[in-house]
Each structure stands twice: as structure tokens, then as C-alpha cells.
Design a protein around this ligand. Structure first.
Ligand SMILES: *[C@@H]1O[C@H](CO)[C@@H](O)[C@H](O)[C@H]1NC(C)=O
Ligand SMILES: *[C@@H]1O[C@H](CO)[C@@H](O)[C@H](O)[C@H]1NC(C)=O
Ligand SMILES: *[C@@H]1O[C@H](CO)[C@@H](O)[C@H](O)[C@H]1NC(C)=O
Ligand SMILES: *[C@@H]1O[C@H](CO)[C@@H](O)[C@H](O)[C@H]1NC(C)=O
Ligand SMILES: *[C@@H]1O[C@H](CO)[C@@H](O)[C@H](O)[C@H]1NC(C)=O
Ligand SMILES: CC(=O)N[C@H]1CO[C@H](CO)[C@@H](O)[C@@H]1O
Length: 459
């Protein structure tokens, strides 16, 4: 028989408190069921802040659809999106209908957003001074409650950088409010995790509240690789999944190329600050408040993945991001490779070699580069199984001005120790046959570059 008091507590617990903080096992099981969590903080490039992004007059679903398409093209799986308490309180119904539209667009692009509710950095203390609690609690339980069972939402980042730029009075209020914020979120029994990122060390009352209440751990770090790795190790002590919810400030030594492989190695989620350059001007460093960069441009962009025209700021970064997202919709070869290129996509619309190379470049790839016999076999198996309509495919190898053969990567030229798999009698010494195709039997032959063929891209 179930003791009455236990039954009562269970009911009480469910009705009033929603759910408890996940156990470590629950949190880790959740993490393992997700595809690799990688993405950017996202605000539409035509908005200067979240209020503009979410207000009725300036909400722009067409642009969101285009920009999240860019995220999808890099294989990103999440976007960290700040909501805004003012946009909500002006018009809760309208705000939620726009949030619904946003979630539909996210879902279309395979993006599960991490929704961020409150912010110490960008807004003032929510409704500072005058009874913040009721407004805060209503908004939280309404928004989290509306989507508590919605698989389109990755999780709830309840408060961005709690205490950043707060004075002592505000901090004292925060110490009272923050535990309630977690309680309100859990009161509606969300199926997603709640978190609030550590941003200035683990010591102090506020970080302690964050650590003790988060289902999954999250942190911000804009430091070079060794410090970043140290922070991951520090966060591992809690035995819970970890997401780095802010990094990437190129001039501080925090970049995609340095940090993404470390994040992947430790299997933590990776979300950088900045996506498409626009009205927030996140390409400028933090000192742009004092130095507005009106007379010269920064020599290296601080944040952002894409330029405003939709091209990546650095193609090499786009390639690294895409590759670490696990070769979306293509072959991931585990065989020995050249320059770490392991992902392949084949295309069946015949193009001449110049146009094929340009088509690859559009997906942040090179015309196929094959680095070993095992990789050649992987590629052949992949195209035979999936692209049987083509009997040959352009790869990137081409005859240079001296009659040698090169791969199409800057700074890398043909060397005789590199793997080749010429068909007997090839390459022919024909100066009109400077491009190379991979044949169905795995051999390579050179031919005219103008002939339209299927082609393979790699990155
Ligand atoms: C919201 O914006 C749309 C398009 O700009 C407009 O048609 C509609 O009337 C607006 N709704 C409200 C409640 O202001
Ligand atoms: C702290 O900041 C709040 C909000 O800006 C302000 O109202 C208050 O006077 C400040 N308190 C102190 C002690 O500076
Ligand atoms: C967090 O949990 C630790 C260990 O249980 C405890 O010592 C600490 O006081 C808690 N922090 C807060 C702010 O409650
Ligand atoms: C092409 O010419 C090079 C020297 O120029 C020669 O070594 C090679 O055997 C020739 N290949 C063929 C297939 O005739
Ligand atoms: C490929 O076709 C394009 C036009 O689509 C043309 O400009 C280009 O010169 C062609 N390249 C070769 C190698 O034939
Ligand atoms: C992209 C694609 O169609 N991949 C398929 C290629 O073939 C293998 C083996 O049949 C499938 O597992 C892939 O899904």
C-alpha cells in the first residue's frame, strides 16, 4: 500500500512544483539522444535588438527563413535565440504567435533553438525595482509552459550572464530572484533541460545558484584554446552534459578553427556569438562602444559567421563548421585523408569542370580531393550505392601549367608521395585533357575540362 503521506507529497509535488531538477543520469540520457549540438546565437540581421526582432511591425519571417537556411547549409542543429520580456509584455498573444512562426521555420531547417529568456547584459533588470516577480513569473511559466512538451525546442537558457553590469542592490535582488526563476520554469514541467550559463567564474552566490539548479551545464568563454579547454575540464566536475553557449571572438584568439575541434573532442555542445552581420554590428569588438569604427574597419572581424550578402566571412571556417557537424547528407570517410578532408557529396547534374568547382565552392567545398586508397574505395562505394546514373565524376585533380597534377587547395601542390589511382595508360600527355574523373571501377582518367560530368565535392 502506498502511504498516504507519500501519495500526497507526490501529487503536491506534481501540481505545485512541476518537476525536480533532472538527475545526472536523466541529463546525460537526454544529451545522448540529441544530434550534435552546434550553432550560433541568432538575431535577424535587420534587427538591432530582440525587441526589434520580435515586435509585430519588424518581425521578418522571410529573412529568418533565408538566414536559417544558411545555418542549415553548415549542418548547424541549434540557434541560441534571445526572447524579450518587453516584446512579450506589450502583446503576449502576438508575441507567442510570432514565436510559433519562428519555431516552424526552425523546424523546417532542422534547427532546435535554445531559447534565452532574461538577460543582464542587453536589457536592464526586468522591470527594475517595481515588483519584478509577478511579471517575470507570468512570462516564464506562460512561455515555457506553452512549449513544455514541444520537441522543436532544445532547451531553456533562463538568464543570460546573470549579474553582468549589476550593482550591489541589483545583485542582492538577483540572489533572491534567480532560484525562483528556476522554480517557475520547472513548475510547468518542461521536457527540455533548463540552464543558465557560467560567465565569470564559479565562485559566489549567483554562480552557485546556477550550478545547483541547471539540468545541463553551460558556460561562456572568449579565451584562447588552452583556457577554453581548462574551462571544459572545470565544468566536467558536475557530471552533466555541457554546452558552451558563447565563444568566438577572433581577435582574442577564440575562433571556429581553434575551438570547434576541442569542443567536439570533449563532446560538448558549441554555440558561438554572432551569425549574419547586420544591424547589431557584432563584427566590431566590444570596445566599439568607445571606438565606433567610423574611419576604419577592424582588421579581423570579431564575431559573425556570414557577411550580410550570405557568403561566409571565411570559407575555411565554414568548411570546418560543416565538417564537424558530421558531413550532413553525404559520406563521412574514416580513411586516411589529405588535410583532414573526410566529407563527400556527389551531384548528378552534369557540369563542366569550372562550373562543377564553382558549385562545390557554393557549399564551402572543393572539387573532390581523395587522399588514400581506402578513401578512394569509400567514395566508390558511396557513389555506386547512391548515384548509379553517373559512370564518372569530376574530382579536383587537374593538370597545371607545367604538366604536373595538383589538388585544388590553396598552398598545396602535387607531390609524388600523394595517392593517385591512374588507369593504365593515364594520364595521357594531352594538353587538351587537363581535368580528372573518377570512373566507376575506381580508376582515374584525364579528359577535356569542358565535358559536362557528374561531380564530387569534398570538405
Ligand atoms: C502586425 O503586422 C502586420 C504586418 O506588418 C500587420 O498587417 C498587422 O496589422 C499587425 N498587427 C498588429 C496587431 O499590429
Ligand atoms: C543600482 O541600479 C539601479 C538600476 O539602475 C538603480 O535604480 C539603483 O539606484 C542603483 N543602486 C545603487 C546603490 O547604485
Ligand atoms: C549549492 O549546493 C552546494 C552543495 O550542495 C551548497 O553547499 C551550496 O550552499 C548551494 N548553493 C546555494 C546558493 O544554495
Ligand atoms: C608523358 O610524358 C612524360 C615526359 O614528358 C613521360 O614520362 C610519360 O611517360 C608520358 N606519358 C604517356 C602516357 O605517354
Ligand atoms: C563551363 O561553362 C561555363 C558556362 O556555363 C563557361 O563559362 C566556362 O568557360 C566553361 N568551362 C570550360 C572549362 O569549358
Ligand atoms: C546520400 C545517400 O543517399 N546516402 C546513402 C548511400 O548509400 C548508403 C548505402 O546504401 C546509404 O546508407 C546512404 O544513406
Amino acid at each position: 500500500m502506498i502511504p498516504l503521506v507519500f501519495l500526497f507529497l507526490t501529487l503536491f509535488n506534481h501540481e505545485v512544483y512541476g518537476r525536480a531538477r533532472w538527475t545526472e543520469a536523466q541529463a546525460n540520457a537526454w544529451f545522448q539522444s540529441q544530434t550534435y549540438i552546434m550553432g550560433s546565437q541568432y538575431i535577424t540581421s535587420d534587427a538591432g535588438n530582440q525587441l526589434e526582432m520580435f515586435q509585430n511591425d519588424t518581425f521578418n519571417p522571410t529573412l529568418i527563413d533565408y538566414e536559417l537556411g544558411l545555418a542549415e547549409s553548415l549542418g548547424m542543429t541549434t540557434m541560441r535565440i534571445f526572447l524579450h520580456d518587453l516584446a512579450y509584455s506589450q502583446d503576449p498573444t502576438g508575441f507567442k504567435s510570432r514565436l510559433e512562426t519562428l519555431l516552424q521555420i526552425c523546424s523546417k531547417h532542422g534547427i532546435k533553438p535554445l531559447l534565452t529568456i532574461f538577460d543582464s547584459c542587453w536589457n536592464a533588470f526586468p522591470k527594475a525595482g517595481k515588483q519584478p516577480e509577478p511579471i517575470t513569473g507570468v512570462m516564464l511559466s506562460d512561455i515555457v509552459g506553452t512549449y513544455a512538451n514541444d520537441a522543436r525546442v532544445l532547451g531553456w537558457d533562463l538568464w543570460n550572464e546573470p549579474g553582468n553590469a549589476f550593482n550591489a542592490t541589483q545583485n542582492a535582488a538577483l540572489e533572491q530572484l534567480l532560484p525562483q526563476v528556476f522554480d517557475w520554469a520547472l513548475s510547468v514541467d518542461p521536457t527540455q533541460p533548463v540552464t543558465a550559463g557560467i560567465w565569470a567564474g564559479l565562485n559566489g552566490v549567483v554562480p552557485s545558484i546556477q550550478i545547483n539548479n541547471s539540468d545541463i551545464m553551460s558556460f561562456h568563454n572568449y579565451d584562447p584554446a588552452s583556457n577554453f579547454e581548462g574551462m571544459i575540464k572545470t565544468m566536467q566536475q558536475f557530471n552533466r552534459p555541457i554546452i558552451c553557449t558563447e565563444y568566438m571572438a577572433r581577435t582574442r584568439g577564440s575562433s571556429f578553427i581553434t575551438h570547434l575541434p576541442i569542443g567536439k573532442q570533449y563532446n560538448i555542445g558549441m554555440i558561438n556569438w554572432g551569425f549574419v552581420n547586420g544591424k547589431t554590428q557584432n563584427n566590431y569588438p566590444w570596445d566599439s562602444w568607445q571606438n565606433p569604427y567610423t574611419t576604419y574597419q577592424p582588421y579581423l572581424w570579431f564575431h559573425e559567421v556570414f557577411r550580410n550578402d550570405g557568403t561566409p566571412y571565411m570559407v575555411e571556417e565554414a568548411q570546418v563548421i560543416k565538417r564537424l557537424n558530421g558531413c550532413p547528407k553525404g559520406l563521412k570517410s574514416t580513411a586516411a585523408s589529405l588535410k583532414g578532408l573526410t566529407c563527400y557529396n556527389a551531384y548528378t547534374t552534369p557540369l563542366n569542370s569550372t562550373d562543377a568547382a564553382a558549385a562545390c565552392a557554393k557549399t564551402y567545398s572543393n572539387l573532390g580531393i581523395i587522399g588514400s586508397a581506402a578513401q578512394n574505395t569509400d567514395v566508390i562505394n558511396y557513389v555506386s550505392a547512391n548515384f548509379s546514373s553517373c559512370d564518372k565524376f569530376y574530382i579536383g585533380l587537374y593538370q597545371d601549367a607545367y604538366g604536373g597534377y595538383d589538388w585544388p587547395m590553396a598552398g598545396w601542390t602535387y607531390d609524388n608521395s600523394a595517392y593517385v589511382n591512374w588507369k593504365t595508360g593515364y594520364p595521357t600527355n594531352d594538353t587538351t585533357a587537363k581535368c580528372v574523373v573518377l570512373n566507376k571501377d575506381g580508376t582515374w582518367t584525364n579528359q577535356a575540362c569542358s565535358t559536362p560530368q557528374c561531380y564530387i565535392c569534398s570538405y
